[in-house]
Unconditional design. Structure first.
Length: 60
């Protein structure tokens, strides 16, 4: 792994943590009213940023 790959990986990890923190804070402030919409938006942003992560399957 090259040095640029390592920096990219570190930046993506930091962005994921910040994204999770923002989602959690927003859910707290809205009482979870928009939880699904926030989760969908977060997933789309992470996909665009190359930070794809596995999501657990949705329950029916």
């Amino acid at each position: 792994m090259g040095i640029f790959d390592r920096f990219k990986s570190q930046a993506q990890d930091k962005a994921k943590k910040q994204s999770d923190a923002a989602e959690q804070k927003t859910n707290e402030r809205t009482g979870g009213k928009y939880e699904q919409q926030l989760d969908d938006a977060q997933q789309r942003l992470e996909d665009r940023g190359g930070m794809r992560r596995e999501r657990p399957p949705e329950e029916p």
